[in-house]
Design a binder for this molecule. Structure first.
Ligand code: AMP
Length: 353
């Protein structure tokens, strides 16, 4: 790792490189510019972030010359997307620091490595088994029991690459190395958005209650309605994760609430959809917090001062735009995406309750 942990704070006008040009990169760019920085987006596909960034490189991750030119034009590199290919990260890291660090990416790019890490630091996950090939599946189901969920180890998101298994006889195969997870009988899903600065300071936002539909986050509500003891547990375990990884930046930690306590579903080493409420509920939102961390600035005040419900605008929900404009206490964020395909995140609204 060539990253100096105590990199001097970036000066005004410094350039923050962001891998990925979706809505998260877009909102990170806005936050960077408010702090006097410039952003340079690297994105192989369509880049809604490009509208608000200083510069955009539109090139594949295989384009070594483009990657090199990108890295040489920035002061530090961060990402809104954790599945950047390793060879691209290697090249970038030979030239500039990457924050959050490579270890975190390696851990979170593979569900098996992630679960081994989480259980290794004493946290609880769903019971799991490695299912390298289809021939391992029957043995894994015998070990874990049914119902269970088979998830591809890599590249799954929003419920994609997942198969529910009710019994061994009818089990389908995902087609790729996977983990089998026991089905967690949870009463709620919550998440903690936690930040860790370059100086090791940790700050967590108030946990939010998440409701999913068809595997996609629909709403996040704060406060989440859980007891003080569980909230403390949630924040402490998130802090433990970022400390163990020597993490710099914002991370989303998704948790299941069960009668036996909190179970970690997954971690996302970046700003997170379930943290969008912070734009209306906190003086310093998750995007500014992330930029502060990767720029080596002190973390800001993330204390919640309002109750908020965040609702994603998915697909043709965007047609409600005129009606939403008239809603009181409502903040609208649209991502500037052209085509409102079903399941596509087009924007979100934050309603102060
Ligand atoms: P993931 O992509 O792993 O976040 O899973 C998407 C959604 O599927 C989660 O938000 C849960 O609602 C559900 N889910 C995932 N894993 C489990 C599990 N082991 N037990 C019960 N529900 C799960």
């Amino acid at each position: 790792m060539n990253e100096p942990q105590n990199l001097a704070p970036l000066k005004a006008g410094a350039v923050i490189g962001i891998l990925g040009g979706g809505q998260l990169g877009r909102m990170l760019s806005v936050a960077a510019s408010r702090l006097g920085y410039r952003s340079h987006i690297y994105e192989p596909g369509a880049a809604p972030a490009g509208d608000v960034a200083h510069r955009v490189t539109n090139a594949p991750y295989e384009d070594q010359a483009a990657l090199r030119a990108f890295a040489e034009s920035v002061d530090v590199v961060t990402y809104e997307f954790e599945n950047v290919p390793t060879h691209a990260l290697d090249l970038i890291e030979s030239l500039r620091p990457i924050r959050p660090n490579r270890r975190t990416l390696a851990v979170s790019q593979d569900r098996l490595t992630e679960k081994d890490f989480l259980t290794g630091i004493g946290l609880t996950t769903a019971p799991y088994r490695n299912v390298e090939t289809e021939s391992d599946l029957a043995g894994a189901i015998a070990g874990i029991g049914a119902p269970a969920i088979l998830k591809t180890r890599r590249l799954g998101y929003d419920g994609k690459g997942q198969v529910r298994i009710t019994d061994a006889a009818s089990a389908e195969w995902t087609g790729a190395p996977s983990v089998l997870e026991g089905f967690v009988d949870f009463s709620a899903e919550i998440s903690v958005i936690v930040a860790r600065g370059a100086d090791g300071q940790v700050a967590a936002y108030d946990p939010g209650l998440n409701v999913h539909q068809q595997g996609i986050l629909r709403t996040t509500t704060v406060p989440c309605g859980l007891s003080g003891a569980l909230l403390t547990d949630a924040v402490l375990l998130a802090a433990k994760i970022v400390n163990a990884l020597d993490y710099i930046g914002v991370m989303g930690v998704e948790l299941f609430v069960t009668p036996a306590g909190l179970v970690v579903n997954e971690i996302a080493p970046r700003v997170h959809n379930s943290g969008h409420w912070t734009q209306a509920g906190c003086v310093v939102d998750q995007f500014e917090q992330h930029i502060r961390a990767v720029a080596g600035l002190p973390l800001g005040d993330g204390q919640r001062y309002a109750d908020v419900e965040m609702q994603n605008l998915i697909g043709d929900d965007i047609d409600r735009f005129p009606e939403l404009l008239a809603q009181p206490r409502t903040q609208i964020h649209l991502y500037g995406k052209g085509d409102a395909r079903p399941g596509r995140k087009m924007g979100h609204v934050n309603r102060v309750l």
